[in-house]
Write a protein that binds this ligand. Structure first.
Ligand SMILES: NC(=O)c1ccc[n+]([C@@H]2O[C@H](COP(=O)([O-])OP(=O)(O)OC[C@H]3O[C@@H](n4cnc5c(N)ncnc54)[C@H](O)[C@@H]3O)[C@@H](O)[C@H]2O)c1
Length: 450
């Protein structure tokens, strides 16, 4: 991120990366603190997470803490401007945008070839490759997603090192998965299709935290939403939240928009083509692009023709004339297509602050061996939650009426950009509760939703 220069300096070209960086106010505070505390001095951190503007703030925060950062993206979501920006600031970026799994595998292996002491993973890609070619010195790391946790949990005994799952922090669950994914999937549907949602019948597959938010946001956009769930408990919850919970075939027969957000594979397959209405729009918000079995659809004997109807919209014309539209080739819709924005800046600022604090705790050796594929420690959640409430001006401030509205104006102030870390810190090093938890060896949170 460009730091403010002298007044005589020419105005830098407007960049969305700078806009995002300035708005990540928690990370700004942590960055200022890490400049003093240098928790990663002498360590290499290997990352395999989406290379888009918000991750810049995280990766530069880790670098500011003294790390050599070797980074690659995830399948399909790498943004060229982000790669350029990071490379110019000392992050060693491997690879470029690709939807080719073999090429992506090469990039991941190049990251692992740097023999990082810490890994920041998204989908389990790096830790799985570590097991195929282990090396001494790996201290541990973090995994961002549900899908990664599902992949890594069976490997926990073999891994053995501290591995904290960011997804299983209650903060990540409600701030990003529920609220932010729901908003950004709705935004992406409208950005890609330019179609209205009002009165549309929408079938949401999966009612975990992400599905809850997707269903709620489409309902808030005046759609008529049904939830399809394999888990009867989640199905009950959806029903009590006021959603229809039909069987999958019934839902597919009626739906004008079908959204998968399950973490599972082949949720929608060619076998479903007979059920789909003419003009149905299919989109996926789950991590892997296999929730909608795209190759299976494309190769079906029922598909008479296929064409690109618009940017990021593929239309399959069936042999009876029905048209099925697929968004973003089945890739995560909120990180694909024209001008993808991803989840809201504030939600990512929270999630990435959890990342930075967890990596800091592992580097410090305060998370014990054997805490493998476990949730974020409770004290980290508390530090990050308190910092958010303070930094974003939500503490002790009337939400309307008289009084100065804290530091939260229409945009981040210079003081906010400098961050609280420059002053009181509020981080692991300064937190009494954290010290007590660490002394007691407490790691997992007490009220974590997995
Ligand atoms: N798009 C994004 O920005 C974004 C952000 C965070 C997570 N994710 C991804 O979204 C996916 C869902 O995340 P979550 O946290 O809600 O997961 P979760 O595990 O909490 O919920 C998934 C739900 O899907 C249900 N399910 C599984 N298979 C199903 C099927 N075939 N049909 C219907 N329901 C089925 C499960 O019973 C479960 O309730 C994951 O892949 C996750 O990595 C995406």
């Amino acid at each position: 991120m460009t730091e403010p220069g002298p007044e005589t300096a020419p105005a830098p070209a407007a960049s969305r990366i700078d806009w995002v960086g300035h708005a990540c106010r928690l990370l700004a505070g942590i960055r200022a603190e890490f400049t003093r505390t240098r928790p990663f001095d002498g360590l290499t951190i290997g990352t395999g997470i989406h290379l888009e503007p918000k991750t810049v703030a995280l990766l530069l925060t880790l670098a500011q803490g003294g790390a050599r950062v070797v980074a690659t993206g995830n399948l399909s979501s790498t943004q060229a401007e982000t790669v350029e920006y990071l490379s110019a600031r000392g992050v060693e970026v491997v690879g470029a945008t690709t939807t080719d799994e073999a090429r992506h595998d090469e990039y991941l292996r190049q990251v692992m070839a740097a023999r990082p002491e810490l890994l920041l993973d998204n989908g389990g890609d790096l830790f799985v490759r570590y097991l195929t070619d282990p090396y001494p010195g790996l201290l541990g790391g973090t995994e961002e997603t549900t899908s990664g946790r599902m992949r890594l949990a069976p490997l926990a005994a073999r891994l053995g090192i501290p591995l904290l799952v960011i997804n299983d922090s209650p903060i990540k669950q409600f701030a990003e998965n529920r609220h932010a994914v729901g908003q950004s999937v709705l935004e992406s549907f409208m950005r890609l299709t330019n179609q209205m949602t009002n009165g549309k019948r929408v079938a949401v597959f999966g009612y975990g935290a992400c599905g809850e938010g997707v269903a709620a946001n489409f309902r808030n956009a005046y759609a008529s939403v049904a939830v399809v769930e394999v888990d009867p408990v989640a199905r009950l919850e959806a029903s009590l939240d006021g959603f229809a919970v039909p069987g999958r075939d019934e839902a597919l027969r009626g739906a004008e928009i079908v959204i998968t957000v399950t973490g599972a594979e082949s949720v929608i397959t060619a076998g479903d083509l007979d059920l789909l209405r003419d003009g149905v729009v299919l989109l996926n918000a789950g991590h892997f692009p296999r929730e909608i079995a795209v190759a299976d659809l494309a190769q079906s004997a029922r598909v008479a023709a296929q064409h690109e109807a618009a940017e990021a919209i593929t239309t399959f014309v069936l042999d009876d004339g029905r048209r099925v539209h697929l968004l973003a080739g089945g890739h995560m819709v909120n990180l694909a297509g024209p001008r993808p924005l991803g989840n809201s800046i504030e939600s990512m600022d929270l999630g990435f602050s959890l990342q930075a604090r967890c990596l800091e705790a592992i580097a410090a050796g305060t998370v014990r061996q054997g805490h493998t594929v476990v949730p974020v420690p409770r004290f980290v959640d508390e530090i990050v939650a308190s910092a958010f409430l303070d930094v974003y001006g939500r503490t002790g401030t009337p939400w309307f009426g008289s009084g100065r509205p804290g530091t939260s104006g229409p945009g981040p102030s210079a003081a906010a950009w400098a961050g609280p870390g420059a002053g009181s810190g509020g981080g692991l090093a300064d937190d009494e509760r954290a010290r007590q938890d660490l002394a007691l060896g407490h790691v997992a949170g007490g009220d974590v939703r997995a």
